[in-house]
Design a protein around this ligand. Structure first.
Ligand code: SF4
Length: 258
């Protein structure tokens, strides 16, 4: 199993299925993973396999690395569609996430007005005021909900804390109409338990969360690369189209990547 760790604070740009030309920002350790989920499909690998590196970049290091890539980017790396916080784990765990987002917005306005600022987050910390305020200041707060059924979340995303759909739904109130919901569709068996988040029961519960939280956009996707857990199955584009159909009819903007 190969995993991808980003050994720089600012990496790429990479061509992303969902975000176009994306300059990545890694607020996590360069040689280790740090996340409060432990998703069975995580491209960074399982938490237990993370190396011992626990060092986070400082505000100044992020500032310097971003400014370095952004200034004269037309001549060096070309057009940038997105400055995307992702990297080796959950970006909102960085203790200076709020300050770093503020700096990023300033640097973007100065050097790359065309670029959007996006954050890929598992949503676990959106109940914290500073984190919510920061996420409300970026163009795309892309928040993961892979299932609206807690037992499935425990199997697929394996949160390392007391995860609750009710809580995340409540914490999403200030984000109504403003956030992008991201859902990974997959099925398979892990540690003897079967899961499939495309069943009618799963999809109906997911629709309910969408109705209550009103995302501005929904990104549906499936496995694209090797995963740390073996035996996971991709979902087809046709299956995702079928799941999306009633939402499209209801006026939601949906992107599907297979
Ligand atoms: S939330 Fe993201 S970084 Fe964390 S384990 Fe899941 S896929 Fe990996």
């Amino acid at each position: 199993m190969s995993t991808i760790l980003f050994n720089e604070i600012v990496f790429g740009p990479v061509k992303s299925r969902r975000l176009g030309v994306s300059l990545g920002v890694n607020l996590l350790p360069k040689f280790g993973k740090w996340c409060n989920f432990d998703c069975i499909y995580c491209e960074c690998g399982f938490n237990k396999d993370g190396k011992e590196d626990k060092k986070l970049p400082t505000i100044d290091e992020v500032w310097e690395a971003l400014e370095d890539k952004l200034k004269n980017h037309d001549q060096t790396i070309g057009r940038i569609d997105n400055i995307t916080f992702s990297g080796n784990g959950e970006p909102t765990l960085h203790p200076y996430f709020f300050e770093i987002i503020a700096i990023t917005n300033v640097l973007r306005d100065k050097y790359a007005k065309e670029a959007k600022v996006s954050v890929l987050t598992n949503g676990s910390r959106i109940g914290i005021k500073d984190i919510a305020d920061a996420l409300l200041k970026v163009d795309n707060a892309i928040i993961k909900i892979d299932s609206a059924i807690e037992s499935s979340v425990r199997l697929i995303d394996r949160p390392q804390f007391d995860y609750s759909i009710n809580k995340i739904t409540t914490n999403l109130s200030p984000f109504k109409g403003k956030f992008v919901l991201q859902t990974m569709f997959l099925r398979g068996r892990f540690q003897g338990e079967y899961f499939d988040n495309t069943t009618d029961k799963e999809v109906n519960a997911w629709y309910e969360v969408i109705k209550n939280t009103e995302p501005r956009e929904i990104m549906m996707y499936t496995i694209d690369r090797e995963t740390p857990a073996q035996g996971l199955e991709k979902v087809t584009i046709e299956q995702m189209n079928r799941i999306a159909a009633p939402l499209i009819e209801a006026g939601f903007k949906i992107t599907i990547s297979g």
